[in-house]
Ligand binder design. Sequence first.
Ligand code: ATP
Ligand code: MG
Length: 337
Amino acid sequence: MTTADQRPIILTGDRPTGQLHLGHFVGSLRSRVGLQDSHHQHILLADAQALTDNADNFEKVRHNILQVALDYLAVGIDPTKTTICVQSHLPALNELTMLYLNFVTVARLERNPTVKAEIQLRGFERDIPAGFLCYPAAQAADITAFKATVVPVGEDQIPMIEQTNEIVRRVNRQVGRELLPECKVLLSNVSRLPGFDGKAKMSKSLGNTIVLNASDKDIKKAVNAMYTDPNHLRIEDPGQVEGNIVFTYLDAFDPNKEELEELKAHYRRGGLGDGTVKKRLEGILKELIAPIRERRNELEKDPDYILDILKTGTDKCKIITQATLDEIKDGLGMFRF
Ligand code: ATP
Ligand code: MG
């Protein structure tokens, strides 16, 4: 599916549950910046979705809308190329979610591997908020309301896209034609950056992040806290690169792949200390984050400018999502005055 200008449509987004971090940078932000010319890109600040597991903390979600928007602009998302919008201000998405809930079963929602893992992570086993269980249907509403065909996300979101496509097929069958396009995941080459604590995923909810305006001191502290090879006790010992978080990060961020390969070989042979490898990573991360932090600090001085961008983007998206909702309601044969 393409717009009149023939560029493929992207829908992507983040939950405003905290500032964005390096996981987002390599998992999605970097590619979003690269895709905004060749694609018709929309980014959704998923505040309604964030409330599905933050119903006791509306303030956190409200506050982080501006924070995440600042992160977008600081990394180079250009609001004249990419439309940024606020989910809770797009009522068509709610209506669409309600419709889609008729096309999914509770058992299917419970089987969704991402939902399952997140229920466990959040300790919801005995008491799952209904909104949380149903969020894959809401995510399908987000994606399809824009008729997006490309969804750049991290690895944890693959089951969401699978479930979205199931709903798309179900709706199209009911309507009797290909009203909605199926979408495909666009994975970056680092689709799951581990936390600096070694946990499988750097995540706002786990408190193991390096944020995009981290100070040099924060960066140093996080890098120093990283586990290396536990058997690499003396500098002359051969060390293991696989599973060594410092090397995982170097793989994700080191621009000089050739030097990195030499470094890995040296580490494997022995004779290279963890301190030296960490120093290299620290330098790379400092260099990466410094300009982002500076831009972010500048932008933060003018919140009205950011709010204006969000308002303009949301108004545009209101029209797009309402048009799709009307088309689906007509296609399904719902009553209309
Ligand atoms: P929360 O803990 O509130 O769920 P999060 O850190 O997982 O926050 P999200 O807003 O849920 O962040 O994720 C937004 C997007 O960023 C998703 O596409 C997700 O796959 C991607 N993403 C998040 N964390 C990482 C990571 N560590 N590595 C790669 N991609 C990531
Ligand atoms: Mg998440």
